[in-house]
Every structure is written in C-alpha cells, then in structure tokens.
Design a binder for this molecule. Sequence first.
Ligand code: K7E
Ligand code: CUA
Length: 643
Amino acid sequence: MKARILAIAVAGILLAASGCGQDGSNGGLLNLMNARGLSEADVSAALKTYTPTGGRDDYLLFASGGHSGQVMVIGVPSMRILKVIGVFTPEPWQGYGYGDQTNALLSSGDRGDTELRWADTHHPALSETKGDYDGEYLFINDKANARVAVISLKDFVTQQIVTSRLIESDHGATFVTPNTEYVVEPSQYPAPLGGGYAPIEQFNEKYRGAVIFWKFDREKGRIVEAQSWAMELPPYMQDLTDAGKLASDGWVFINSFNTERAWGGTLEGNPPMESGASQNDMDYMHIINWRSAEKVVAAGKTERIAGMRVIRLQTAIDEGLLYFVPEPKSPHGVDVTPDGKEMVVSGKLDTHATVYSWAKVKALIDAGKFVGKDPYGVPILSFEDSIRGQAEIGLGPLHTQYDNKGFAYTSVFLESKVAKWRLSDLQVIEKIPVHYNVGHLVAAEGDTVSPDGGYVVAMNKWAIDRFNNVGPLLPQNFQLIDTSGEAMQLLYDMPIPIGEPHYAQMIKADKLKSIEVYTPIGIDPLTHKVAKNAVQAGQERIERRADGVHVYMTAVRSHFTPDIVRVKEGEHVHLHLTNVEQAKDATHGFAIGSKNINVSIEPGEHADLHFIAGKPGVYPLYCTEFCSALHLEMAGYLLVEPR
Ligand code: K7E
Ligand code: CUA
C-alpha cells in the first residue's frame, strides 16, 4: 500500500516536472534529473529516504561503533546520524570521560591495572519484554576486553560497564533473554579461566571457554554482578549467540568454531590458526538450558573463579544443562526465528543456511538420544535428526534476519549480496547486490517475536569505489534496502567513518520515550537523582576545606556564577557545576584551557570535576556550546596565584 502510494507520487511528480516545470524553472525536475544523471529508480529511492526539515524517522538504528568503542544512533529511512553515545571511549562533546562521574565510570571498566580507553564493540542488544524491544535499555559488548556496557534510553547515556576476569575476550555478546533477565556474554578465544598463565601446549587441558549470564535489574537499571553467574565451556571458539523465545524460551544457543582446538604456531612448525581451525566438517552449536542452570546455581553447585559463580563443565553435563548439535563448517550466525521454533545457522565455509527444528532438538534431548560425546563428555545430538532442512544461499552466508511475511534475509559475504528466502519452503526468492562484503544485516524489529518488515540495512565491510577517495582507510558502508515491495530496492549508501560496526538493532521510534531535560535541577545522569553537590541558583559559593577548594557554580545563559575562581598554586580544586536551565537544548559546555577540563552539562544536569591547580597562571574558562547571542561572553578566569 505504502509502496503504491509512493509509486503514484513519483509518477505524478515526474509528469508535473516534464510538463510545466513546477519549480518555476524550465523543465523542473526532469532537467534536474538529467543534469545530475539520475534515473527514475534513483528518484524513487530519494523520495523514500528524503526527510524534510523537522521531519522524523520511523525507526532508530542502534549500531555498534566498532573500534570507536561507541554506539551510533541513526534514523531510518533518512540514515541521518542522530547521536554517537560515548560508551567505552572518552567522548569530548558529551564531556564523557572528563568529569568525575564519567571518568569513574570508564575506570570501572579497567581490567587489572590497565587503563582501557577503547573498545571493539560488536553487538548491541535492546532490552526486551516478552521478546519485543521495550525501548528502555541498550547493552553492548567489547570484544577486545571482555566487557559489557549498559546504556539508559531515558537519556541515551551509558550507566555501567562490567567486566569479569573469568574470560579474556568475548564475541557472542550482548544478547538478552526475552524479558532481559540476563545479558549473555560468551568468551571467544579460550584462555585459562580467571586469568593467569598456562603453556599453550596445554590448550586442551587448561584453556577453557565460558559464558557469563549477567543478571539485569530493570528497576535499578544495573547489572547486578553478585547475582550473575557463568558456565564453563570446552576450549572451542564460542561465537554468535541468540536466546530462545516463545517455543524455545529458557534456552540459549551459541555457535562455535575451531572445535579442532588449533592454536596456531606458524613459526613453530604448526599450521596457521585459520587452516588448523577449518579441518572438521562440523563444529558444535551449544544448546544451554539457562532456566535449569539458574536452579543449579541457586543450589550452590558452583565454584568461584575470579569472583564469579561458575558451573563447571562436568556439573553442566551431569545436570543436563549443555548439549551440542553439529553445524556445518565454521558457522557464524545463529538466529532464532520470531516464533522461537527454529534456529538458522550459516557457515562461513558452507553454502547453506541450516534450519534446526527446536521441537526435534528438544525431543532428542528429552529422550536422551545422543550420537556421541565430545572429548569433554558433552552429549552430541544427531545433525540429520535435528534439522528441518537447508536453504541453498550461496557463498559465505553469515547472518539472518526476519520480516513479518515469513521471509528471511541472509547476508552473503563472499558474494556481496543479501539473499531473501522463504522460511516455509527454504527457497531463495531474490538476491540483491550490496557494496561490498556484507557482514551483519539488520531488519526492522528483526530480532523480536514480531518483526515489522519494510527495511533491511546491509552493514558492509568494504566500500572500495562507493565514495570519494579519502586515503587508504575507507569508511564502512551501510546500505538501506526497501523490502516492502515485490523486489528489494537499494535506497541509500551511508558511509560510517568511526570504526567497523558489526551489528545493529532497529527499533520503532515511537517506542522510545527519552526525557527532554533533566528535572528537577541538579540531576546526575548516572543515578538519575539530584546530585549531592547540586547547586541551585542563589547558592553559588566557594568553600575552602581540608581537601581543597570547593567551587559551587551554576551555568545559565549567558554566565557562570562565580566567573572568577581564585586558587593557590598546587591546590586541589573541586568544581561542582549545575546547569540551572530547563529549556530544551539549552546545553552549556565548560572548559578550562591547558587543564584538560571539559564537560557538557545538559539542561538540569550536574557534574563534578576534580583537578589540581598546577603552576601559577591565568587560565580562561568558557562555555563550549554556542548557547546564546552572548555565548562568547560566557567566560571567566581560573586564577592560580603563586604561594
Ligand atoms: Cu559477524 Cu562480530 Cu557479529 Cu562482525 S560479527 S560481521
Ligand atoms: Cu553557555 Cu555558550
């Protein structure tokens, strides 16, 4: 319906354009099309994405920022970047990682004594209620440093970073269970659990994988580390993950590769990891009963490793919590269908998407019918008896998403295509070229129990010739595809120049209920409560205490009060800064030159800053957001007087 109206609209405009030139110039739109070399398909694509000023997008895409360690918020269909949320990396515009609160937050993600200020983010996960995105929270992992962050969608601000020394890296994170009971984080590269050293020759005996189930407390908006637990896994490389839902609720599925347990050693006479890890025809999907595992944890059948309650591998086997089913060569994505009845797995070195039937898998588990055990004793189900069938997709299928019409969309990496296929008969309907080497793809509400259909975004790894040349490091390329019609239509190319995003999730925009300003005045965004040191208008002051000078300062268009801060050389300065405005978008920034002091205070927000006044000198301070006609005058001085 939507598509037909659009088609009529396009035809109408073209007609009008070819006639009298409705923009007043001769030839109007047709001339414009000719001048720019645009086809009718180009114009239809443009009309489907163009959003007039003041217009809103129907969907928001939460995309991993890859190496930037951040999260991007992108409007669909306009593909406009609306925000880059500071998560694992300092973000100067938001003052993220410069004030006391956000600096402490970033430091809480440090591992051991190493300060970590970057991340390799892969998989964002929106919080879910009954398997549908509820628009309350977002989670994202850091593959490099095995960390998970919690972002509140009340204000799009990072609230928490957690990490466990149990594991050294993650990948199949983050994925949530259908009511966000848990945020799931499996390790990727095996290592001795809890850190420490073991010779690589003892890989099979001493190295292990593990999956952490981080308990999420929705009321508090926090992961509760003390209520979280983990399960030890064999030293395979655990990969992508998905939580069962509806029919398969209570279970989690994790792919793995390198069941060969290769560990490289190219200069030591061993095959490289990549060939060592690609010998077997089958790897193992891990099938985990998390609801039963929860009870085993409650019964105390765990060991503490690195502070985490861990179900040891033998316990997991004995208690019937862990099963394997073979999956073709070097699998990558595992994607549970919206009804929870099937799991679709694609193998990087296999041409199929394999469709596993949950009913068949469950029946085999219930009957205790296994075809063998892996070297660690984990029961293995029959591949043939677990699947419904295979869709012949093409070369290098990776990830699958779903729509509301019974179609699945699979990214085909080596072919640089998105394949649309029918779940009912496993037939490929259409393939559309994308540019190039698509990794993940994301469909509107595509991970929920009720996908919307309409849009798919292909998240391409290589751009090659798509954009102007900007040197050897090229942007990634997000391509928006209209899937509402008979045939898929490529609508838009969007360069991503901050890192390599992996996954994204696309949520209906009206599900998000973000606040507009912080109320009442003095809110700390990390607690959403009025900060202890919040300053109200009229209460500004400077106090000298044992621990240094405390400056209670307000910001309002267009001045700071106080605007002169006199301190002595070497003194500790504690700055308590509140934006006392309640007008939407009336953000002030605060910077002191040469001191690495920079925060952003949104209307009603409070921030604390601590620094040591160094050498005597005169340091201008000023507002860094062009907030008013007299913004340049929103300034003052830090005077560091000699002792
Ligand atoms: Cu395929 Cu990290 Cu999900 Cu990249 S992963 S593409
Ligand atoms: Cu406040 Cu500029």
